[in-house]
Design a protein around this ligand. Structure first.
Ligand code: AVJ
Ligand code: FE
Length: 441
């Protein structure tokens, strides 16, 4: 590769690593030590586990795999291997203390910066275009989202400093309710995006018949109509497993909602407020999204439909990197990066609209799709099976688009997230779709 390209890649990798560490530091220094080592929910690790795991993954991939260094602390590898111990059992492991975890992560990072200065960013699949550095920046940012979820589950007064609310949309009331996506093939996935993870690859043609998709994510106001219409008391809207889960846990509204004096309130990062009707609904599981869609006479979009709505440009026939085009996200395009600790009102970010006029596909809330998490034709696990391959199958549903908690480095039109259909502590919402009649399509 020409030297200038290599220098630009090095700068990009450096910036991505530094941005991730700034966020990690903010999330792990705003609470007292006991809040770092406590388990705030059996669904989550103690924050101090995420912190040392971030350092341990960085050590394994950038110091050992890329630079061939010896293990710094081989004794702690099993403690920070996500497959050895469930989240629920992590508090009982001999974890590094918060001081030790901070200094371990800092020590690893210091050595990584030396490696990055000299590493050839080409000549091996792991380092081509700085992939391993980009992968580790994405890994850290994914755990920064995980840690933000832990903060949301934590009881007590707010720990994170209040962020400015996102900008209100000007023209939301004028938007059409849905957008027609014409039928035909489009290119799904990518073979060109240098830091795309294994499950996004390779690019391949997918034929998607015409369909209509909501212009904006489903709002709290719309979701309240479902609740008021008895949505949580009528099994006819629910998949059987979703109904069983609802009964077992007495679900009656999204997570973090409570009803007081005839009004719905929701708690967010230690603050309780009336549910804002114009915000996209958040903290619903796949079954809730599926039931709402059925109640509304619609359905969830498939993963391929979601990606076609986000990337397909009918004027050129090609797929864009992002809904708005091929340029990296700016604050005008989307609500990303924990800049605002909440989704923007439905209809925001006109500059982020897709070629067909669909809004807020990137940022704000992760969007449940109808699809199971499955490999694309030609998939090859890289660089490790445990990132994607071991999760493929009918147990996990795909989420797309990223939330306000996702950093731009870990978000693009092809990025795939997945979770169990009962999960709702994640920053999940959804939009609905319907088939187009043959004439319309
Ligand atoms: C892609 C969000 C499902 O958190 O389990 C972090 C990301 N993988 N460390 C997860 C991940 C390994 C992953 N998700
Ligand atoms: Fe991890």
């Amino acid at each position: 590769a020409p030297a200038t390209d290599t220098e630009a890649l090095r700068q990009r990798a450096l910036a991505a690593l530094l941005t991730a560490r700034d966020r990690t530091r903010a999330l792990t220094t705003c609470v007292e030590d006991h809040d770092l080592t406590a388990q705030h929910s059996p669904l989550m690790s103690p924050l101090v586990w995420d912190l040392a795991h971030i350092g341990n993954q960085e050590e394994q991939w950038l110091l050992r795999a890329v630079a061939g260094r010896e293990a710094m602390r081989p004794d702690i590898d099993p403690i920070y291997d996500a497959f050895e111990h469930s989240r629920a059992e992590r508090p009982s492991l001999p974890l590094l203390s918060s001081t030790e975890a901070h200094s371990y992560a800092a020590e690893v990072r210091g050595r990584v910066l030396d490696v990055l200065e000299r590493a050839p960013l080409h000549g091996s699949p792991l380092t081509d275009a700085g992939f391993a550095f980009g992968m580790i920046a994405q890994h850290e940012q994914q755990h920064d989202e995980t840690m933000l979820i832990t903060h949301q589950l934590r009881r007590g007064p707010a720990a994170l400093t209040a962020a400015a609310p996102p900008p209100a949309p000007g023209d939301a009331a004028l938007l059409p309710g849905e957008v027609l996506v014409p039928g035909g093939p489009f290119t799904m996935g990518t073979s060109a995006e240098p830091w795309a993870l294994d499950n996004e690859r390779p690019a391949h043609a997918r034929d998607v018949p015409g369909f209509f998709i909501d212009t904006v994510p489903v709002s709290n106001g719309e979701y309240l109509n479902f609740i008021a219409d008895g949505g949580y008391t009528d099994p006819r809207w629910w998949a059987p497993e979703g109904w069983a889960n609802l009964r077992e846990h007495s679900l009656a509204a999204p997570q973090f909602w409570t009803r007081e004096g005839g009004q719905w309130l929701r708690r967010r990062f230690g603050v309780t407020e009336p549910v804002p009707p114009d915000e996209p609904v958040l903290h619903v599981n796949w079954y809730e999204a599926d039931a709402y869609a059925r109640w509304a006479g619609r359905r969830l979009p498939t993963e391929a439909e979601w990606e076609k709505a986000a990337r397909h440009d009918p004027a050129t026939g090609r797929s864009r990197r992002y809904p708005w085009g091929d340029t990296d996200p700016t604050p005008d395009h989307a609500n990303l990066g924990q800049r605002h600790l909440q989704p923007a009102p439905a209809g925001s970010y006109p500059a982020g609209a897709s070629a067909l006029g669909v809004r807020q596909l990137i940022g704000d809330v992760w969007e449940w799709t109808a699809s199971d998490f499955l490999p694309y034709p030609g998939f090859a696990a890289f660089p490790y099976r445990e990132y994607s391959e071991v999760f493929y199958g009918p147990g996990h549903k795909v989420l797309r688009g990223g939330s306000f908690a996702v950093d731009p480095v870990a978000c693009r039109g092809t990025f795939r997230n997945w979770d169990l259909p009962i999960r709702r502590q994640i920053f999940s919402g959804f939009r609905t779709a319907r088939d187009a009649s043959p004439e319309a399509a």
